[in-house]
Every structure is written in C-alpha cells, then in structure tokens.
Design a protein around this ligand. Sequence first.
Ligand code: C5P
Length: 227
Amino acid sequence: MAVALIVAAGRGERLGFDRPKALVTVGGRPMLEWSVDALRAVTSVQEIVVALPSDAVAAAPADTTGVAGGWARSQSVRAALRAAGDGDPVIVQDAARPLAPTQLFCDALDELERSGADAVIAAAPVSDTIKQVGDDRRTVTHTLDRTCLWAVQTPQVFRRAALESALYEASEATLAAATDDAWLVEQAGGEVRVILAPAENLKITTRLDLKLAELLLAEREPVDRTR
Ligand code: C5P
C-alpha cells in the first residue's frame, strides 16, 4: 500500500494572501483539499501526511496527519516522510497543484511498478525555447536544445528506500537547493522516469494561475475511486 505526502508548508508570498498558499480558497475550498480528494480516490493510498507551516498544522484536513514543514521544500517532504507509517511506494504531491487528476497518480504508480525505476515523475515537454541568461539578468549566454527538455511537476512517486536514502543522507545545503525530490534520487544514482502530465496540471504561483484554476475546477466532475 502507498503513502502520500502533500507538501503545503510554503508561504506563497508571490500570491499575496495573508495565509499560506495551500489554504487559499480555490474552487470554493482550500487549495490543499483538492489534492487530498484526488489522493483519497486512489485506492492503494493508505495514509496521507500533510506538511504545513508550523502555525497552521491544525488546518490539516480530517483523516490526514498534519506535521510542521521545513524551511525548504525537500525538508518539508522529509518531515512528512518521517511522520508516515510504513507505506511503500511514496507519493509526493505539491498542494500548489490542485488540478492533478486521480488518474495521473494512478498512472505514475503503474509506471513505477511496470518499469522497476526508483522514481516516476509527472512532467511535460517544454513548448517555449529556453535560454540561459547571465547574472546581469539581461545577457543571453546559451540556448538549450528544447527537444529533450521537460518541465517537472508533481505528483512524483518513489520506491520508499530510494526516497529515504536520498532525503536522509543529503546535507541540509543539498536539501535547501533541491527544487524537486527526484533530483535528490538522481544525485544518489537512482533511475528516474517521466510520464506525460495533462496540460491542466498547472502550479498556482500567481493570481493569474488562481483565476485559471478557478475556471478549470468549475468544470470538474466529482472524483471516483479508480484504483
Ligand atoms: O514554492 P513552490 O510553489 O515551488 O512550492 C511547491 C510546493 O512546496 C507548495 O505546495 C509549497 O506549499 C510546498 N513547500 C513546502 N515547504 C516549503 C516550501 C514549499 O511544503 N518550505
């Protein structure tokens, strides 16, 4: 059986509300609850642990375990994993992606089982050309070949042993530098695979993202238990 960790401990300052981003209302309920619902519909999920800011742990939804997150995202993942029971594999989901459909979690778990990889992550090929820009934030220094570039999202699913050793053996500096946990598994020599995420799986960072999410959630059917 699987365990799901939802990281919701970011302050979301770019969104500009007086509460943590995961608790901002979208589609009529706190953003976090959409991911909780999608995960509850994955029948192999036995436990959901939510990392929240230390002063908001009490806002963890019913039937989830709330823990205080860390200063950096991967520290929040580590805190949630430490609080989790013995489920394996481990699903990591950002509360900031309330549109992740249940099917995407199921597809990631299926691919992990089928492939034998250490991790499977939702991602999408980039459609923009990506250029590297210098420290002056003006001068282009390099243009990357976009045919092999994918933008990484959540959910990310892991064999528990691979995630534990990546998180527990990394230094605090490495954890602080990690913008996704799969990178930590890559650093440890693990095999990471991608699955194609649907276009709707956007991350809420700005007020514009919030407006788009409102529109998309308004069209949502209620979720079913599919796995
Ligand atoms: O900041 P960003 O939007 O990239 O954060 C991605 C996810 O990680 C969000 O759901 C946020 O709540 C979570 N996070 C966390 N602990 C932190 C920073 C971010 O749980 N220290």
